[in-house]
Design a protein around this ligand. Structure first.
Ligand SMILES: [Zn+2]
Length: 266
């Protein structure tokens, strides 16, 4: 039996939302200085003002002061800076001894489950729960796309939601490997946007076996197979191979993202 996380509606009702209504962005000119844990350049790691989960310490890493910037358009050095700061904050939370487990993930885009448009990461400590209890490490396994030194990329054979989920796997946690993981994650995001018009995605971060792994999940309207039966869907082998080839071609000759295209279907 899968125990749900408990959501506090009284707090949820106060939460701002900027994705669907043009409310003022709480992350532009961030004012809640009493909640700030740490800053680095224009990044702010802060306690979530609206902790909707019971028995948790919810924090947010605001990646940039620029409302329009995100992982699809950061200069490479900015992408690396965000990953390295996130890793640092994550380890700090884990080492604090306050949490049984710490989850690190990202929502970006209208179908991602997030409520704030401004680029940010979520670092959530659960005081009583093992947040990885139902997570299956097999989601990180898949059809190999490339291997280069300490870095590997694959297309998941056991996706969480379905169809085309990428994994970017770092073999260790050195600054150099985190840098490679950051840059390759950015390549995957740009590929999904420019070639498949997927503008909504989640990133899930793992630090298994002392390495950093990122599971990239494009988001679209979820199928009833998943909702009703917990059945994800996957492309056939030949289609996965086609996308592997297309991604490798994209790495050699990146194509720009068309800002006019909205969240699409495959
Ligand atoms: Zn903003």
């Amino acid at each position: 039996m899968r125990e749900p996380l408990i959501y506090d509606r009284h707090i949820g009702d106060q939460k701002p939302e900027t994705l669907f209504h043009k409310n003022a962005c709480p992350f532009c000119n961030y004012h809640d200085t009493e909640n700030i844990i740490k800053t680095k350049s224009d990044m702010i790691w802060t306690r979530n003002k609206y902790p909707t989960l019971l028995d948790s310490g919810q924090t947010v890493l605001i990646e940039t002061a620029d409302h329009e910037a995100n992982m699809s358009n950061y200069p490479p050095e900015k992408q690396v800076e965000v990953f390295q700061f996130a890793w640092e904050c994550w380890q700090e939370m884990k080492n604090s001894g306050k949490y049984r487990s710490v989850l690190v993930y990202k929502n970006q885009g209208p179908l991602s489950g997030g409520s704030i448009e401004h680029a940010h990461l979520q670092l959530v400590g659960l005081t009583k729960r093992d947040g990885y209890e139902y997570w299956t490490p097999e989601t990180l396994q898949g059809m190999s796309v490339l291997e280069k030194g300490k870095l590997a990329v694959n297309l998941s054979k056991y996706p969480n939601v379905g169809l085309m989920e990428f994994n970017v796997l770092g073999a260790d946690q050195t600054a150099e490997t985190i840098r490679e993981v950051a840059l390759m994650t950015q390549n995957v995001i740009k590929y999904l946007m420019s070639q498949h018009h997927m503008y909504s995605y989640n990133l899930f971060f793992f630090d298994r076996e002392d390495g950093l792994q990122v599971h990239i999940v494009p988001r679209f309207i979820v199928s009833p197979y998943l909702v009703g039966y917990d059945l994800a869907q996957l492309f056939t082998e030949d289609v996965l191979e086609e996308y592997r080839t297309a991604f490798l071609a994209y790495l050699k000759h990146p194509t720009p993202i068309d800002p006019e295209k909205k969240d699409g279907w495959f």
